[in-house]
Design a protein around this ligand. Structure first.
Ligand SMILES: [Zn+2]
Ligand SMILES: [Zn+2]
Length: 233
């Protein structure tokens, strides 16, 4: 069984079900302490862990790897049940969780961005899979986006681009990374930012650079890459 009571974080948990003022003796250090010094444990009679918080913490630190391994085994064995529970919890507490997220973001946007970027770097496959599914599941959204982009293009100004010019661009290496494979056309100033579809605003970019550039201008894209490289160090 996993150590469900080894919750040593004890983030100000209140022992609602038990009497806060009652005393309990820790089985490890044998000291009699206030109930608030014990973590909650739904399996015990008085709903409190047998070890006090500080003893539980020491135990956790000594056996960290063992506990994490047990947790991982438990998680894998009960994956579906835990996933359902988590999904339901998210559904029931959506507003609260979103509020918490927004508060955390506004208190330290840089920290959140760094964490998100790190997660994205480690989960590329997951993200690609998600996008592929999104394109299939929500074709109408993608279509709307394309229509919007077309309209933007028309209002910004579309200039005829000669075939020879297009060929020249498509046979040039990526202006960003120098790769020659999978060359696509990209707008130096994106259409979404008022850029025109004209030869002066087009450049060759490889598929992977194009995908990560999104709606950034060329300079913004370069800066973002430099920042990412710095963060990786
Ligand atoms: Zn103790
Ligand atoms: Zn490239």
């Amino acid at each position: 069984m996993p150590p469900r009571c080894a919750n040593i974080r004890g983030r100000g948990q209140t022992n609602k079900e038990s009497n806060i003022n009652h005393y309990k003796t820790c089985i490890t250090c044998k000291r009699s302490q206030l109930a608030s010094e014990f973590c909650k444990c739904s399996r015990s009679k008085d709903l409190l862990n047998a070890k006090c918080k500080s003893c539980a913490k020491k135990y956790y630190e000594r056996n960290r790897n063992k506990i994490l391994a047990q947790k991982s085994v438990y998680y894998q064995a009960n994956y579906e049940r835990i996933a359902t529970y988590k999904n339901n919890y998210y559904k029931d507490n959506k507003d609260k969780l979103l509020k918490q997220k927004r508060a955390a973001y506004s208190s330290d946007p840089k920290e959140t961005q760094a964490r998100n970027n790190a997660w994205a770097r480690n989960n590329r496959d997951k993200i690609n899979q998600y996008y592929r599914k999104y394109v299939v599941d929500k074709p109408h959204v993608i279509r709307q986006k394309r229509i919007k982009r077309r309209l933007r293009m028309l209002t910004n100004g579309v200039f005829e681009v000669r075939k020879s010019e297009l060929n020249r661009l498509l046979t040039s290496p990526c202006v960003f990374c120098g790769n020659s494979a999978n060359i696509t056309l990209d707008h130096v100033l994106p259409i979404a930012r008022g850029g025109r579809h004209s030869i002066g605003n087009l450049m060759p970019l490889c598929l992977s650079c194009n995908a990560s550039k999104q709606d950034k201008t060329f300079m913004e894209f370069r800066m973002s890459k430099i920042l990412q490289a710095e963060m990786r160090l």
